[in-house]
Design a protein around this ligand. Structure first.
Ligand code: RNT
Ligand code: ZN
Length: 416
């Protein structure tokens, strides 16, 4: 019998592409799913609003209000996403015992024990981030670069605490935890001194990275940005700052594709960094007109990002994580759509005869190269994707959405 998959398999084989190999490879690529889509980046500290120049918009009912709800929602989303993945946490998602009040500079691994247990039971890896926003000590929008020594020292203590927690997550789960530092530090209007804040940030980072951990447990990265809302004039942690710092320090610089000028392509930065760094962590997002963090969809730049991961044999060197927050739609659906879109982009790249195309480029046959790349766009990838979902025991096509509707009716709609 010729199923749609069999026909697709033959068509790709004629180009020298082995669909079976692509399916096996796709099943091995973990994507780190960000917990913060589930509750609009609020966390469990009951501190109120999101600050730091990032913003969610929308008021869709049913957001997770506590660890139990967030874990249940993550579990529901993961049940509709093929493959084995990771969960990315922020320090603001610490789980405290009743009545316990621990500020961010005193967080301990035990405050994440429920998350580690959650991950262990499900065979998931964890990634982790210090939270340097939505806190009274971050009100000035200066944290690790603050001229106020009390504030700067507080955030250094916070990041030292979170690195320790990350290393513990990595140790207990047997897979290195990506610890990524992003700070909101910057100014709304023209500063008088740009190097002062940067020298203080450098000093803070040196203090934070003075603690040594086993690289089998923790991978360290720093995330740059161009601007934030209310922080339009100046960002302390610029791209060049962190690139130079990471290179000098032997850590990594994380690329968030919402954090560059609109015509700058993060996809092109991947092969650039791969020439110098062992690992390239990513925050994949969808910036619309600004760093708006829309749900990731199968768009051109996502495809370009996936191509760089696949054709450079870098599926283990590029650490793929998602970073977006849409509060205007069902949040479980937002996770599933983004994760599956990322996987579709990877599959499309895995179904491309890169050796052949590289040969055309190197022999100067750019006419045929253009033709072949365009023809590939209408190859039957959908049939291969459906086969992948079926083999992974997850609904292919839009059938997964029925489960989200059911979950909304049974669980999410009862929350408000
Ligand atoms: C902000 C950065 C940062 C955050 C998350 C919540 O612009 O992208 O990564 O989105 O840490
Ligand atoms: Zn990010």
């Amino acid at each position: 019998m010729n199923t749609a998959y069999d026909l697709a398999k033959q068509k790709y084989a004629a180009l020298g592409v082995d669909t079976e190999k692509a399916l096996a490879e796709l099943g091995r690529i973990p994507i780190s799913m960000h917990c913060w889509q589930g509750d609009d980046v609020i966390g469990f500290e009951n501190r109120g609003g999101l600050t730091g120049g990032i913003q969610t918009t929308g008021n869709y009912p049913g957001k997770a209000r506590n660890p139990q709800e967030l874990m249940a929602d993550i579990e529901k989303a993961l049940s509709l996403i093929p493959g084995k993945h990771r969960v990315n946490l922020h320090a603001s998602y610490a789980v405290f015992r009743d009545g316990e009040a621990v500020d961010r500079d005193c967080l301990l691994p035990e405050h994440f024990a429920p998350w580690i247990a959650f991950a262990k039971e499900r065979g998931l890896g964890l990634d982790f981030n210090p939270t340097l926003f939505s806190h009274p000590m971050a009100e000035s929008n200066l944290t690790l670069s603050s001229p106020d020594e009390e504030i700067r020292a507080f955030w250094v203590r916070h990041c030292r605490a979170t690195r320790k927690i990350a290393a513990e997550m990595g140790r207990q789960l047997g897979t290195p935890c990506l610890h990524n530092i992003w700070i909101p530090d910057g100014f709304k209007d023209m500063p008088a001194d740009k190097i002062g804040p940067r020298m203080r940030l450098k000093k803070s980072l040196d203090e934070i990275f003075a603690d040594q951990y086993d690289s089998a447990y923790i991978v360290d990265s720093v995330e740059s940005k161009v601007f934030g809302i209310g922080l339009e004039a100046f960002t302390v942690g610029s791209s060049e700052f962190y690139l130079a710092y990471a290179a000098q320090k032997g850590i990594y610089t994380l690329l968030d594709n919402g954090h560059y000028h609109p015509t700058e392509m993060v996809s092109d930065k991947i092969p650039t960094l791969l020439a110098f760094f062992e690992k390239v962590p990513l925050h994949v997002t969808r910036p619309m007109r600004w760093d708006s963090d829309h749900v990731v969809l199968l768009e051109d730049e996502l495809r370009e990002i996936a191509k760089e991961v696949v054709r450079n044999d870098a599926t283990e060197r590029v650490l793929i994580g998602l970073d977006y927050f849409d509060a205007s739609i069902n949040r479980v659906s937002a996770w599933v759509v983004g994760m599956r879109s990322m996987q579709k982009a990877l599959l499309s790249a895995l179904l491309t005869p890169w050796d052949k195309l590289r040969g055309l480029q190197d022999s100067g046959d750019t006419t045929r190269l253009m033709m072949q790349q365009e023809e590939l766009k209408t190859y039957p990838m959908g049939a291969v994707w459906e086969e992948f979902c079926a083999r992974q025991g997850v609904p292919a096509g839009e059938a997964w959405f029925d489960a989200v509707v059911q979950y909304e009716n049974d669980v999410l709609s009862k929350r408000d």
